[in-house]
Ligand binder design. Structure first.
Ligand code: DGP
Ligand code: NA
Ligand code: NA
Length: 206
């Protein structure tokens, strides 16, 4: 049986460069013959994901708790696919996961971390979480927010605090205020450490 793939989650506030770095990591690993796939949450392509998309684009309104459970259901509906890929030896680089779920939902009034965490219990746990951290000043220099729900400064500050409150020893806090290439190299090194720990051998020799 193939050795299980590594499962890496990227988290962070909006505009930290997560999606770009996820895709660069996936490409680099595939070039080094580490079979790797990109996934992202919310996955807007499913029926549940389409409701989430309408909610984020402010086309519909939903109560906070209901929408939190939809985001969570979106992760659960893809859980069999994640499991299957990891078990077949494919590594996964995932752009947002349960931690975004909890950090964003708990930033709302009347929602707390524990309530938000409950529907996430039992989902596959990543080998590592890479938290891309960008100061407000550096983020502001990257241009304005988009038009989607949650894309405002006060909300994002609360989200960042929530990420910090959830952080555990398997999280790598990464300063995202550097060039694309420098950030990519740092992430490759970190991935190599995680891969070596879970697989016993590095994926590349130095
Ligand atoms: P993205 O497509 O990565 O830009 O994510 C869409 C937005 O949804 C982003 O602001 C983060 C937020 N988000 C991601 N997962 C969850 C979740 O489970 N719950 C809530 N409330 N928001 C989430
Ligand atoms: Na966004
Ligand atoms: Na709250």
């Amino acid at each position: 049986m193939a050795q299980r793939g590594a499962f890496i989650v990227f988290e962070g506030c909006d505009r930290a460069g997560k999606t770009t770095q996820c895709k660069k990591l996936v490409d680099a690993l595939n070039r080094k013959n580490v079979p790797t796939e990109f996934m992202n949450f919310p996955d807007r392509s499913t029926a549940i994901g389409q409701i989430i998309n309408d909610y984020l684009q402010k086309k519909i309104h939903l109560p906070d708790k209901a929408v939190h459970l939809l985001f969570s259901a979106n992760r659960w509906e893809l859980e069999p696919k994640l499991r299957e890929k990891l078990e077949s030896g494919i590594s996964l680089v995932v752009d947002r996961y349960s931690y975004s779920g909890v950090a964003f939902s708990a930033a709302k009034k009347g929602m707390d971390l524990q309530w938000c965490w409950n529907p996430e219990i039992g989902l596959l746990e990543p080998d590592a979480v890479f938290l891309l951290n960008l100061s407000e000043e550096a983020a502001a220099m990257r241009g304005g927010f988009g038009q989607e729900r949650y894309e405002n400064l006060d909300f994002q500050k609360q989200v960042k605090e929530n990420f910090m409150a959830m952080k555990s020893s398997s999280w790598k806090l990464i300063d995202a205020d550097k060039s694309l290439e420098d950030l990519h190299l740092e992430i490759m090194e970190l991935f190599n450490k995680v891969y070596t720990t879970s697989h016993g051998t590095p994926f590349k020799r130095f």
